[in-house]
Design a protein around this ligand. Structure first.
Ligand code: DOR
Ligand code: ZN
Length: 346
C-alpha cells in the first residue's frame, strides 16, 4: 500500500499551554487533527467551567484562519472541585472530561489529588452524568521506583476507585506498561486507554544509554523494551479500547536541557507520519484509522470526523528538528528513523 485515506484523526490527550507557546503549537496540531482533548495543567490550573470556557476562547484565537480543529476541554480535578460546577460545565458543552492528576505526579500537578476520599462526591456525580475521567496513572510515593509507579497505581488507586464508583467511565492515559495493557483488556467498555506516539518508538535506553537525552524524557517515563512491544501490539491490535492520545507536551529547549529538566515530548508535527511508519512495520496499516480516528470518538460517544487526511508513501519526509516559539526554540520528537509517509488534508 502506498496511499491511504482515513478519517481525520483526533488527539485524545494534548498539552497546548498558553500565551506564546499556545500560539506556536496550536497550528501544529490543527494541521492534521480534527479535535483534541486539551489538558488543564496550566499555572494556575483550569479548575472551573468558567476557566475552561476562557481557555477554549484563547485556543480558538490561536488557530490559523479556517482551521478545522475543535478543542475539547477538560477540568483539573482538585480536592475542592465542586460537583455541581463540573456537571454544569459538561451539560453546557464547555467540557468533555475531567482530569485526575495525583498530586506531584508530573508537570504542574501540585493542585492534584492527595486524598481520594475527598473527590468521591465529584466522581459519583460524574458517573451519574456520564462524564469521563482521564487519569494520569502513577503513584507519587517516594519509596516507589519511578519505573514501577504505573503498575502500582493500577492496584492501589485505579482499581479501588473504579470499584467504589460503579459506572464511572475512565480513560487510562498514556499507558506505558504491559501491566496496563493487561488490566485494560480485563475491563468492560467503561474503560479506555490512550497510547502516545513516542511510547511506541522509544524505550528507556533512548533516554539513558550512551548519554542522557532530555528530549526523550516524559512522564510516565518510557519503560523497558518488553513494555514498548506490548504497547505496539495493543495499538495495532484493532481493539477499540485503545486509541491515540499523543501527550504532545511542549517545553522550550531551555527548560529541557538543564540540570533538572521538565518532562514532556513534543510530537504534534510528525505524529501521523510516525504512526503510519509504525503501523506499516507491524503490517497493520488497515488498523491505523481505528486507532487514530475511530476508537477515540467511539469511547467518547462522539461521531468520527467527516473530513479525511491522506497518507502517501514516498521519499523520506523532512520535519523541522525544532520550531520557534515566542518563548524560545522547541525541539520536535526525533523518532530516530526515516519517515516515508507524507500527510495531506483530504
Ligand atoms: O511528560 C509529561 N509532560 N507528562 C505529563 O504527564 C505532563 C506533561 C507536561 O505537562 O509537560
Ligand atoms: Zn499529558
Amino acid at each position: 500500500m502506498t496511499r491511504l485515506t482515513i478519517r481525520r484523526p483526533d488527539d485524545w490527550h494534548l498539552h497546548l499551554r498558553d500565551g506564546a507557546m499556545l500560539r506556536a503549537v496550536a497550528p501544529e496540531s490543527a494541521r492534521h487533527f480534527g479535535r483534541a482533548i486539551v489538558m488543564p495543567n496550566l499555572v494556575p490550573p483550569v479548575v472551573t467551567g468558567a476557566q475552561a470556557a476562557a481557555y477554549r476562547d484563547r485556543i480558538r484565537a490561536a488557530l490559523p484562519e479556517g482551521a478545522d480543529f475543535t478543542p475539547l476541554m477538560t477540568l483539573y480535578l482538585t480536592e475542592d472541585s465542586d460537583p455541581a460546577d463540573v456537571v454544569a460545565a459538561h451539560r453546557d458543552d464547555i467540557v468533555t472530561a475531567v482530569k485526575l492528576y495525583p498530586a506531584g505526579a508530573t508537570t504542574n500537578s501540585a493542585s492534584g489529588v492527595r486524598d481520594f476520599d475527598r473527590v468521591r462526591g465529584v466522581l459519583e456525580a460524574m458517573a451519574e452524568a456520564g462524564i469521563p475521567l482521564c487519569v494520569h496513572g502513577e503513584v507519587t510515593d517516594s519509596d516507589i521506583d519511578i519505573f514501577d509507579r504505573e503498575a502500582v497505581f493500577i492496584d492501589r488507586v485505579l482499581d479501588p476507585i473504579r470499584r467504589a464508583t460503579p459506572g464511572l467511565r475512565v480513560v487510562m492515559e498514556h499507558i506505558t506498561t504491559s501491566d496496563a495493557v493487561a488490566y485494560a483488556r480485563e475491563q468492560g467498555d467503561d474503560l479506555g486507554a490512550t497510547i502516545t506516539t513516542h511510547h511506541l518508538i522509544i524505550n528507556r535506553n533512548a533516554i539513558l544509554a550512551g548519554g542522557i537525552r532530555p528530549h526523550y524524557y516524559c512522564l510516565p517515563v518510557a519503560k523497558r523494551e518488553s513494555h514498548r512491544l506490548a504497547l505496539r501490539e495493543a495499538a495495532t491490535s484493532g481493539e477499540t479500547r485503545f486509541f491515540l492520545g499523543t501527550d504532545s507536551a511542549p517545553h522550550v529547549d531551555a527548560a529541557k536541557e538543564t540540570g533538572c529538566g521538565c518532562a514532556g515530548i513534543f510530537t504534534a508535527p510528525n505524529t501521523m507520519s510516525i504512526l503510519a511508519e509504525v503501523f506499516e512495520q507491524e503490517d497493520a496499516l488497515d488498523r491505523l484509522e481505528g486507532f487514530a480516528s475511530l476508537n477515540g470518538p467511539g469511547f467518547y460517544r462522539l461521531p468520527p470526523n467527516e473530513s479525511t487526511i491522506t497518507l502517501e508513501r514516498g521519499e523520506p519526509v523532512a520535519y523541522p528538528a525544532r520550531i520557534e516559539t515566542g518563548d524560545g526554540p522547541l525541539t520536535v520528537f526525533d523518532p530516530m528513523m526515516p519517515l516515508h509517509w507524507r500527510v495531506s488534508a483530504g
